[in-house]
Design a protein around this ligand. Sequence first.
Ligand SMILES: [Mn+2]
Length: 325
Amino acid sequence: MSERRLARMLHADVPTLFEAPLADDNPADVVLLGVPYEGILVGDRHTLYPPGSRPPESFYARFGADEAPDAIRKASLIYSLEHEGGVSAELGFTCLSEHLRIVDAGNHNLESSEAIACWAGQNGAATVALGGDHLVPYPLIRGLQSGQPRRMGVIVFDSHLDLHPSPPLWAGSQWQTLIQEGHLRPEDMTLIGARGVRQSMHEIQYARRNGVRVIPLEEVDEKGIPAVCEEVRERLSDVEAVYISLDIDVVDPAYCPAQKYPDAAGMSPREILSIMRAAVTTVPFAGFDLCCFSPRYDENQRGALTAARFALEAVYARLRETPGP
Ligand SMILES: [Mn+2]
């Protein structure tokens, strides 16, 4: 292995995401980071296990999101910036490395990822985070908002609403907690892709009462992606920046079997990329996370590659939001 490659290794056989250089104290446009955090685990409908427990797994209760960042980094070699600096066909054959400073800050816990997001907010950088479970947007949005307080629109792709009121610091109550702490307004949240019956009545009641827009997958199918993109643009018309959170279980398991809560007949990656593009070309891009990817259920890195592609799209967001070169 060349010295050049070694400088872009995080540890052991894990490269940095897209083989981006390691983060240092210099300014950056995009800060990549892993948050290999998996906290409260769902055992069954009535059982939650505290962080750190290792209960038996089942098809209903899959774990392993803490293994995701390194698995996605390995698959991201396909998108290595070392390949001529990352010449992007999607961006009119723009060389990413010539226009953006993209760095990988390594793996972090909740506390240090919040500190990195705060630094990013203060320094005008966007964060691209690989979870971890779906609590990960909690420290990221808190950090971004403390670094640069803004009215933040949030676009969430998820098969589930995650609008439970409790317990706190859970990948099912993160949005209510962020709202209660004043970091988000419910009317600035749009949840796209709900499907299946792993839902709770009180979550949809909370959404309807408080103005959280829920677009179930069936409505996406009926209206079509262009109409959904148009509604996303409208929803973002009053905010100052957008944060995008992607629970990988919104994606059809055919594209990514490595999901904690798989549900057949989901969205295609290209549908999601189209909506992401609509969001980031409307207002400045603040950050992105991808959560609930569990590589132990992956097949031939198919899901890890899909996850890496979404992270690449989040990097693109930084160029889509600003005038081109
Ligand atoms: Mn979900």
